[in-house]
Design a protein around this ligand. Structure first.
Ligand code: 15L
Length: 272
C-alpha cells in the first residue's frame, strides 16, 4: 500500500463499491457518504458528509492526499436535485480542497456531458460539450470547475467521462461505452498517481471495438485497458439485439437521456 490517503465521495454507490474492491490495499481509503457504511475493510475509514454542507465537506477533505469524487445524483432528476447534489456539492468539494491544500482530484464526469453527439461520430476529449440532460449539464459544470481550479488555484484534476461501469456490458449501447471495474480502477490510479496531470479529460471505457470515443488522451497518460466489450458481444446481441426503438435515443450516444423530455417542459420533468 502507498501511504496516500484517498477520500472517496459517494462511497455508498455502485461505482464506489466496485472501486473499493479494486483499490483495497493500494491506498488508505477514507469513505464518505450521507449514510454510514457498515462493512468497512482493513485500510478503510468512514466520514459522514452531505456535500451541500460545507463544514462537513471541510472535515471530509482534511488531511487527504487525493480525492475520487463520485458523490452525485447519478441519473436525470429535477433541477433542484441536480443543483444541490451535483453543482453545489461539487463546488463545495473543490473549494474545500483548495482551502485544505488538496492538490489532486479524480472527477467522475459522465458520457452524458457529450450525450447529444450522434453514434455515427467518433469524438475525442477536445470536443465541445453536448449535454443530454440536467445531469449531463452538471457534469459539464464539474469539468469546467476542474479546469478553473487547475488554472487559477493549482488543484489538479483528471476528469473521467465514464461510460457504464458493470461486470459486463448490459445492452447494445453499453457495448460501445462499457468499462470494467478493473479498467476503471486503472484510470483512477492514473488520476491519483500520475506526476504530470494538471487538467485532463479522458473517457472511462474499456478496450471496446464498437466505440464512439477516441481515447488517445487516456493512452497517452499510460492507460492500458485489460477488458474488451467484444468478448461479450455475441451474448449481448443474442439477448438484447435491438435498441429502445425510440429514434432520438437510438441515434445519440446518450441513449434514453436524450429522449427523456425531448420537446417537453423541463419544469415538468418526465423522469419515468
Ligand atoms: C451515467 O452517467 C449514469 O450514472 C449511469 O447510471 C448510467 O446511466 C450510465 O451513465 C450510462 O450511460 O449507461
Amino acid at each position: 500500500m502507498t501511504s496516500k490517503i484517498v477520500l472517496v465521495t459517494g462511497a455508498g454507490g455502485g461505482v464506489a463499491t466496485f472501486l473499493r474492491a479494486e483499490l483495497a490495499g493500494r491506498y488508505s481509503l477514507r469513505l464518505s457518504d450521507q449514510v454510514p457504511l457498515k462493512d468497512l475493510r482493513d485500510g478503510e475509514s468512514f466520514v459522514a458528509a452531505d456535500l451541500t454542507d460545507m463544514d462537513a465537506v471541510r472535515r471530509a477533505v482534511d488531511g487527504v492526499d487525493a480525492i475520487v469524487h463520485l458523490g452525485a445524483f447519478s441519473v436525470e432528476a429535477s433541477w433542484e436535485v441536480i443543483r444541490d447534489a451535483n453543482i453545489i456539492g461539487t463546488h463545495n468539494l473543490y473549494e474545500a480542497s483548495r482551502q485544505a491544500g488538496v492538490r489532486r482530484i479524480v472527477f467522475a464526469s459522465s458520457n452524458h456531458a457529450v450525450g447529444f453527439y450522434e453514434r455515427s461520430e467518433t469524438i475525442d476529449h477536445t470536443v465541445y460539450p453536448r449535454p443530454d440532460s440536467r445531469y449531463g449539464l452538471s457534469k459539464v459544470f464539474g469539468e469546467a470547475l476542474a479546469s478553473l481550479y487547475a488554472d487559477k488555484y493549482g488543484v489538479q484534476s483528471l476528469c473521467l467521462r465514464i461510460g457504464n461501469v458493470a461486470e459486463r456490458p448490459l445492452d447494445v449501447r453499453r457495448l460501445a461505452i462499457w468499462i470494467s471495474p478493473r479498467d476503471l480502477a486503472q484510470l483512477v490510479g492514473i488520476g491519483i498517481d500520475h506526476p504530470d496531470i494538471r487538467f485532463e479529460i479522458v473517457y472511462g471505457m474499456s478496450d471496446n471495438k464498437q466505440a464512439w470515443w477516441d481515447n488517445a488522451n487516456a493512452y497517452r497518460l499510460g492507460y492500458r485497458p485489460q477488458d474488451r466489450s467484444e468478448d461479450y458481444a455475441a451474448e449481448v446481441l443474442a439477448t438484447c439485439p435491438v435498441e429502445t426503438g425510440d429514434p432520438v435515443a437510438d441515434r445519440h450516444q446518450g441513449g434514453g437521456f436524450c429522449s427523456t423530455e425531448a420537446g417537453g417542459d423541463p419544469t415538468k420533468p418526465d423522469l419515468a
